[in-house]
Design a protein around this ligand. Structure first.
Ligand code: COA
Length: 143
């Protein structure tokens, strides 16, 4: 069974599971430096998706202002990719944002992941840029 839990409590198991997955995906797999990976933790809402107790996907929402949230740190465990976990956690966060009255989600997408976000209704804007040595483009969705 799939469940998604969210927290702002950095002592919680939900956050610990999220961070463990982020380390696996961004630090170990993509070689993002730890000091860039772990920042602004206390002001974000952290989401972890579980498949039968196993953490399989994570992401977080960073507050920009009362209309906009930034989707960050979207990561699916390597063995779980291509099964819809990424899409499901994105849609879950979108529902959350809508219910709380937000109007736009923005994100900085790694270029390889832009088709994933395009399928979810995001549109690219602005120039490409490097973040942690990885090419990115900003994307936006009105919700
Ligand atoms: N390129 C093209 N299409 C992609 C894609 C990619 N890299 N990743 C997913 N898709 C497509 C899927 O084929 C699927 O299409 P469909 O609905 O037509 O079948 C749709 O997007 C949803 O895919 P899903 O199975 O939910 O994606 P996922 O669970 O594998 O998660 C990522 C996608 C990008 C989050 C995952 O590959 C990941 O964690 N990568 C490493 C970390 C990372 O790069 N995160 C993004 C940072 S911006």
């Amino acid at each position: 069974m799939l469940t998604v839990h969210s927290t702002t409590d950095l002592e919680s198991q939900i956050y610990k599971d999220s961070l463990a997955l982020r380390f696996k995906v961004f630090v170990a797999e993509q070689a993002v430096p730890t000091e860039l990976e772990v920042e602004d933790e206390e002001i974000c809402l952290h989401f972890t998706m579980y498949d039968n107790e196993q953490a399989v996907a994570t992401a977080r929402l960073y507050p920009i202002d009362d209309k906009r949230l930034k989707v960050q740190r979207v990561a699916v465990d390597k063995l779980g990719r291509g099964k819809g976990y990424g899409r499901d956690i994105m849609l879950h966060m979108e529902d959350y944002a809508k219910q709380d009255g937000f109007e736009e989600l923005i994100l900085g997408a790694q270029l390889h992941a832009t088709p994933f976000y395009t399928k979810l209704g995001y549109e690219a804007f602005g120039e490409e840029y490097l973040d942690a040595g990885i090419k990115h483009t900003d994307m936006l969705k009105k919700i």
